[in-house]
Design a protein around this ligand. Sequence first.
Ligand code: GLU
Length: 301
Amino acid sequence: MPSANTLYRGRFAPSPTGPLHLGSLIAALASFLDARHCGGRWLVRMEDLDPPREQPGAADSILHSLQSHGLHWDGEVLYQSTRSAAYSAARHELLQAGLLFSCDCGRTALTPAGCCSGDCRTRQSEIFHTPHAIRVTVPPHCQIEFTDLLQGRQHAALGESLPNFVIRRKDGLDAYQLAVVVDDAEQGITHVLRGSDLLDSSPRQIFLQQQLSYSQPAYCHLPVITTRLGQKFSKQNQAPALIDDEAEQNLRRALRFLHQMEPPASVAGVEQILAYATEHWALQQVPATLAIAAHSIGLST
Ligand code: GLU
Protein backbone atom coordinates (compact mmCIF):
# COMPACT_ATOMS: atom_id res chain seq x y z
CA MET A 1 0.00 0.00 0.00
CA PRO A 2 1.25 3.53 -0.70
CA SER A 3 1.98 5.67 2.31
CA ALA A 4 -0.57 8.36 3.17
CA ASN A 5 -0.06 11.34 0.91
CA THR A 6 -1.57 14.34 2.60
CA LEU A 7 -0.71 16.51 -0.39
CA TYR A 8 -2.91 14.75 -2.93
CA ARG A 9 -6.58 15.78 -2.81
CA GLY A 10 -8.90 14.57 -5.52
CA ARG A 11 -12.64 15.03 -5.88
CA PHE A 12 -15.83 13.99 -7.61
CA ALA A 13 -18.25 16.86 -8.23
CA PRO A 14 -21.60 15.61 -9.56
CA SER A 15 -24.51 17.86 -10.48
CA PRO A 16 -27.74 16.42 -9.05
CA THR A 17 -29.59 16.46 -12.36
CA GLY A 18 -30.31 12.73 -12.22
CA PRO A 19 -29.11 9.47 -10.70
CA LEU A 20 -25.60 8.10 -11.13
CA HIS A 21 -25.15 6.41 -14.53
CA LEU A 22 -22.24 4.53 -16.03
CA GLY A 23 -20.66 7.73 -17.42
CA SER A 24 -20.60 9.42 -14.04
CA LEU A 25 -19.44 6.23 -12.30
CA ILE A 26 -16.42 6.13 -14.64
CA ALA A 27 -15.39 9.67 -13.61
CA ALA A 28 -16.04 8.95 -9.93
CA LEU A 29 -14.11 5.68 -10.05
CA ALA A 30 -11.10 7.09 -11.93
CA SER A 31 -10.76 10.04 -9.55
CA PHE A 32 -11.20 7.72 -6.53
CA LEU A 33 -8.64 5.17 -7.74
CA ASP A 34 -6.06 7.79 -8.69
CA ALA A 35 -6.39 9.44 -5.25
CA ARG A 36 -6.29 6.18 -3.30
CA HIS A 37 -3.45 4.75 -5.40
CA CYS A 38 -1.43 7.86 -4.55
CA GLY A 39 -2.39 7.56 -0.87
CA GLY A 40 -4.38 10.80 -1.16
CA ARG A 41 -7.75 12.02 0.00
CA TRP A 42 -10.91 11.88 -2.10
CA LEU A 43 -13.70 14.39 -1.57
CA VAL A 44 -17.22 14.75 -2.90
CA ARG A 45 -18.80 18.05 -3.76
CA MET A 46 -22.46 18.29 -4.71
CA GLU A 47 -22.80 20.90 -7.45
CA ASP A 48 -26.38 21.88 -6.61
CA LEU A 49 -26.12 25.38 -8.04
CA ASP A 50 -28.85 25.25 -10.60
CA PRO A 51 -32.24 24.37 -9.05
CA PRO A 52 -34.16 24.50 -12.37
CA ARG A 53 -31.98 21.67 -13.76
CA GLU A 54 -32.02 19.55 -10.61
CA GLN A 55 -34.10 16.50 -9.98
CA PRO A 56 -35.61 16.13 -6.51
CA GLY A 57 -33.87 13.34 -4.62
CA ALA A 58 -30.98 13.06 -7.09
CA ALA A 59 -28.31 14.32 -4.67
CA ASP A 60 -29.17 11.68 -2.06
CA SER A 61 -29.52 9.01 -4.71
CA ILE A 62 -26.04 9.80 -6.11
CA LEU A 63 -24.48 9.66 -2.64
CA HIS A 64 -26.25 6.40 -1.89
CA SER A 65 -25.01 4.89 -5.15
CA LEU A 66 -21.42 5.98 -4.43
CA GLN A 67 -21.61 4.24 -1.05
CA SER A 68 -23.15 1.12 -2.59
CA HIS A 69 -20.22 1.01 -5.01
CA GLY A 70 -17.73 1.29 -2.13
CA LEU A 71 -16.70 4.81 -3.13
CA HIS A 72 -16.45 6.25 0.37
CA TRP A 73 -15.33 9.85 0.51
CA ASP A 74 -13.27 11.66 3.11
CA GLY A 75 -14.85 14.36 5.31
CA GLU A 76 -18.19 16.01 4.72
CA VAL A 77 -19.85 16.50 1.33
CA LEU A 78 -19.59 20.16 0.33
CA TYR A 79 -22.90 21.46 -1.07
CA GLN A 80 -22.52 24.39 -3.44
CA SER A 81 -25.97 25.63 -2.43
CA THR A 82 -24.39 26.68 0.91
CA ARG A 83 -21.53 28.58 -0.66
CA SER A 84 -22.99 31.78 -2.08
CA ALA A 85 -21.07 34.01 0.37
CA ALA A 86 -17.78 32.58 -0.88
CA TYR A 87 -18.77 33.11 -4.53
CA SER A 88 -19.79 36.66 -3.73
CA ALA A 89 -16.41 37.33 -2.05
CA ALA A 90 -14.59 36.03 -5.14
CA ARG A 91 -16.78 38.22 -7.35
CA HIS A 92 -15.92 41.19 -5.20
CA GLU A 93 -12.22 40.51 -5.69
CA LEU A 94 -12.64 40.31 -9.47
CA LEU A 95 -14.66 43.52 -9.38
CA GLN A 96 -11.90 45.30 -7.44
CA ALA A 97 -9.47 44.15 -10.11
CA GLY A 98 -11.65 45.89 -12.72
CA LEU A 99 -12.46 42.66 -14.54
CA LEU A 100 -16.27 42.55 -14.26
CA PHE A 101 -19.11 44.15 -16.12
CA SER A 102 -22.89 43.86 -15.98
CA CYS A 103 -24.58 42.59 -19.12
CA ASP A 104 -28.24 42.69 -20.03
CA CYS A 105 -27.71 42.00 -23.72
CA GLY A 106 -30.07 39.65 -25.50
CA ARG A 107 -29.15 36.62 -27.55
CA THR A 108 -28.64 38.63 -30.72
CA ALA A 109 -25.68 40.44 -29.09
CA LEU A 110 -23.93 37.17 -28.26
CA THR A 111 -21.23 35.54 -30.37
CA PRO A 112 -21.60 31.84 -31.21
CA ALA A 113 -19.26 31.12 -28.27
CA GLY A 114 -21.64 33.00 -25.95
CA CYS A 115 -19.52 36.14 -25.50
CA CYS A 116 -21.13 39.55 -25.29
CA SER A 117 -20.49 41.82 -28.23
CA GLY A 118 -23.26 44.30 -27.35
CA ASP A 119 -23.24 47.84 -25.98
CA CYS A 120 -23.89 47.04 -22.32
CA ARG A 121 -20.48 48.32 -21.24
CA THR A 122 -21.59 51.84 -22.14
CA ARG A 123 -24.73 51.53 -19.96
CA GLN A 124 -23.31 50.12 -16.71
CA SER A 125 -25.00 52.43 -14.19
CA GLU A 126 -28.40 52.08 -15.82
CA ILE A 127 -28.20 48.28 -16.05
CA PHE A 128 -27.27 47.86 -12.41
CA HIS A 129 -30.89 48.09 -11.20
CA THR A 130 -32.40 45.71 -13.74
CA PRO A 131 -31.84 41.96 -14.19
CA HIS A 132 -28.37 41.38 -15.62
CA ALA A 133 -25.65 38.79 -15.90
CA ILE A 134 -22.15 39.48 -14.63
CA ARG A 135 -19.32 38.79 -17.03
CA VAL A 136 -15.58 38.68 -16.57
CA THR A 137 -13.35 40.27 -19.19
CA VAL A 138 -10.43 38.24 -20.52
CA PRO A 139 -7.60 40.53 -21.70
CA PRO A 140 -7.10 40.24 -25.50
CA HIS A 141 -3.62 38.73 -25.30
CA CYS A 142 -4.43 36.17 -22.61
CA GLN A 143 -3.05 32.74 -23.51
CA ILE A 144 -3.62 29.72 -21.30
CA GLU A 145 -1.37 26.67 -21.51
CA PHE A 146 -1.39 23.55 -19.41
CA THR A 147 -0.51 19.89 -19.69
CA ASP A 148 -3.41 17.54 -19.23
CA LEU A 149 -2.25 14.31 -17.58
CA LEU A 150 -3.98 12.29 -20.27
CA GLN A 151 -4.72 14.55 -23.24
CA GLY A 152 -1.29 16.21 -23.26
CA ARG A 153 -0.34 19.81 -23.94
CA GLN A 154 -3.26 22.21 -24.23
CA HIS A 155 -3.22 25.75 -25.48
CA ALA A 156 -6.02 28.30 -25.67
CA ALA A 157 -5.81 31.83 -27.02
CA LEU A 158 -8.51 32.66 -24.48
CA GLY A 159 -8.51 36.42 -25.00
CA GLU A 160 -9.28 35.90 -28.70
CA SER A 161 -11.63 32.93 -28.50
CA LEU A 162 -13.50 34.04 -25.38
CA PRO A 163 -13.08 37.75 -24.62
CA ASN A 164 -15.65 37.55 -21.81
CA PHE A 165 -17.78 34.93 -20.06
CA VAL A 166 -20.56 34.74 -17.48
CA ILE A 167 -19.76 34.21 -13.81
CA ARG A 168 -23.23 35.08 -12.53
CA ARG A 169 -26.32 34.42 -14.59
CA LYS A 170 -29.11 36.84 -15.35
CA ASP A 171 -31.44 34.78 -13.14
CA GLY A 172 -29.12 35.54 -10.20
CA LEU A 173 -27.56 32.07 -10.03
CA ASP A 174 -23.81 31.70 -9.65
CA ALA A 175 -22.26 30.19 -12.77
CA TYR A 176 -20.41 26.88 -12.73
CA GLN A 177 -17.07 28.35 -13.93
CA LEU A 178 -16.63 30.56 -10.88
CA ALA A 179 -18.14 28.17 -8.32
CA VAL A 180 -15.94 25.26 -9.38
CA VAL A 181 -12.78 27.36 -9.06
CA VAL A 182 -13.70 28.80 -5.66
CA ASP A 183 -14.60 25.36 -4.33
CA ASP A 184 -11.60 23.52 -5.76
CA ALA A 185 -9.49 26.11 -3.92
CA GLU A 186 -11.57 25.85 -0.72
CA GLN A 187 -11.22 22.06 -0.71
CA GLY A 188 -7.50 22.25 -1.51
CA ILE A 189 -7.94 20.09 -4.61
CA THR A 190 -4.64 19.16 -6.24
CA HIS A 191 -5.94 16.77 -8.95
CA VAL A 192 -9.06 17.16 -11.09
CA LEU A 193 -9.99 13.99 -12.99
CA ARG A 194 -13.24 14.47 -14.91
CA GLY A 195 -14.88 13.87 -18.27
CA SER A 196 -13.42 15.32 -21.46
CA ASP A 197 -16.63 17.29 -22.02
CA LEU A 198 -15.14 19.75 -19.50
CA LEU A 199 -11.75 20.06 -21.22
CA ASP A 200 -12.67 23.34 -22.87
CA SER A 201 -13.80 24.78 -19.51
CA SER A 202 -10.32 24.37 -18.06
CA PRO A 203 -8.73 27.48 -19.66
CA ARG A 204 -11.54 29.62 -18.17
CA GLN A 205 -11.02 28.01 -14.79
CA ILE A 206 -7.24 28.47 -14.94
CA PHE A 207 -7.77 32.12 -15.93
CA LEU A 208 -9.99 32.65 -12.86
CA GLN A 209 -7.47 30.83 -10.62
CA GLN A 210 -4.78 33.18 -11.83
CA GLN A 211 -6.89 36.28 -11.18
CA LEU A 212 -7.82 35.06 -7.69
CA SER A 213 -4.25 33.92 -6.88
CA TYR A 214 -5.32 30.32 -6.30
CA SER A 215 -3.00 27.46 -7.03
CA GLN A 216 -3.71 25.44 -10.15
CA PRO A 217 -4.59 21.78 -9.76
CA ALA A 218 -3.36 19.13 -12.19
CA TYR A 219 -6.01 18.34 -14.78
CA CYS A 220 -6.82 14.99 -16.33
CA HIS A 221 -9.70 14.73 -18.78
CA LEU A 222 -11.00 11.21 -19.22
CA PRO A 223 -12.69 9.86 -22.32
CA VAL A 224 -16.47 10.10 -22.00
CA ILE A 225 -18.69 7.17 -22.83
CA THR A 226 -21.03 7.80 -25.70
CA THR A 227 -24.06 6.18 -27.23
CA ARG A 228 -24.00 4.64 -30.69
CA LEU A 229 -24.85 8.11 -32.06
CA GLY A 230 -21.85 9.68 -30.38
CA GLN A 231 -23.84 11.44 -27.65
CA LYS A 232 -22.37 11.63 -24.16
CA PHE A 233 -24.21 9.49 -21.62
CA SER A 234 -26.47 11.85 -19.74
CA LYS A 235 -29.92 12.10 -18.29
CA GLN A 236 -30.99 13.99 -21.43
CA ASN A 237 -30.30 10.99 -23.63
CA GLN A 238 -31.78 8.50 -21.21
CA ALA A 239 -28.58 6.99 -19.82
CA PRO A 240 -29.97 4.31 -17.53
CA ALA A 241 -29.53 4.81 -13.79
CA LEU A 242 -27.08 2.34 -12.28
CA ILE A 243 -28.62 -0.50 -10.33
CA ASP A 244 -26.93 -0.41 -6.94
CA ASP A 245 -27.48 -4.14 -6.41
CA GLU A 246 -25.27 -4.73 -9.45
CA ALA A 247 -22.41 -2.67 -8.04
CA GLU A 248 -19.72 -5.31 -8.62
CA GLN A 249 -20.70 -5.71 -12.25
CA ASN A 250 -20.86 -1.92 -12.70
CA LEU A 251 -17.37 -1.49 -11.25
CA ARG A 252 -16.02 -4.17 -13.56
CA ARG A 253 -17.61 -2.48 -16.57
CA ALA A 254 -16.12 0.88 -15.55
CA LEU A 255 -12.67 -0.70 -15.07
CA ARG A 256 -12.91 -2.28 -18.51
CA PHE A 257 -13.81 1.09 -20.00
CA LEU A 258 -10.73 2.61 -18.32
CA HIS A 259 -8.49 -0.21 -19.68
CA GLN A 260 -7.51 -1.25 -16.18
CA MET A 261 -6.48 -4.72 -15.14
CA GLU A 262 -9.73 -6.47 -14.29
CA PRO A 263 -9.79 -8.30 -10.96
CA PRO A 264 -9.97 -12.09 -11.42
CA ALA A 265 -13.38 -13.70 -10.87
CA SER A 266 -12.18 -14.93 -7.48
CA VAL A 267 -12.11 -11.31 -6.26
CA ALA A 268 -15.64 -10.76 -4.99
CA GLY A 269 -17.35 -7.87 -3.19
CA VAL A 270 -17.04 -4.18 -3.95
CA GLU A 271 -14.42 -3.49 -1.29
CA GLN A 272 -12.17 -6.27 -2.63
CA ILE A 273 -12.66 -5.18 -6.23
CA LEU A 274 -11.71 -1.62 -5.29
CA ALA A 275 -8.70 -2.76 -3.26
CA TYR A 276 -7.46 -4.74 -6.28
CA ALA A 277 -8.18 -1.88 -8.68
CA THR A 278 -6.45 0.64 -6.40
CA GLU A 279 -3.33 -1.48 -6.19
CA HIS A 280 -3.21 -2.03 -9.96
CA TRP A 281 -4.38 1.45 -11.02
CA ALA A 282 -2.41 2.72 -14.02
CA LEU A 283 -3.52 6.12 -15.32
CA GLN A 284 -1.31 5.69 -18.39
CA GLN A 285 -3.49 2.74 -19.47
CA VAL A 286 -6.59 4.94 -19.83
CA PRO A 287 -7.02 5.70 -23.55
CA ALA A 288 -5.90 9.25 -24.30
CA THR A 289 -8.95 9.94 -26.41
CA LEU A 290 -11.93 12.20 -25.85
CA ALA A 291 -14.73 9.70 -26.31
CA ILE A 292 -15.37 5.97 -26.57
CA ALA A 293 -18.64 4.52 -27.85
CA ALA A 294 -20.10 2.05 -25.36
CA HIS A 295 -20.96 -0.54 -28.03
CA SER A 296 -17.35 -0.51 -29.33
CA ILE A 297 -16.21 -2.09 -26.06
CA GLY A 298 -19.14 -4.46 -25.76
CA LEU A 299 -21.19 -2.38 -23.33
CA SER A 300 -24.85 -1.88 -24.05
CA THR A 301 -26.28 1.62 -23.92
N1 GLU B 1 -20.71 19.17 -11.92
C1 GLU B 1 -20.10 18.89 -13.18
C2 GLU B 1 -20.87 17.78 -13.88
O1 GLU B 1 -21.54 17.00 -13.23
C3 GLU B 1 -18.67 18.44 -13.05
C4 GLU B 1 -17.79 19.53 -12.61
C5 GLU B 1 -16.32 19.19 -12.56
O2 GLU B 1 -15.95 18.02 -12.38
O3 GLU B 1 -15.56 20.14 -12.63
O4 GLU B 1 -20.77 17.69 -15.09
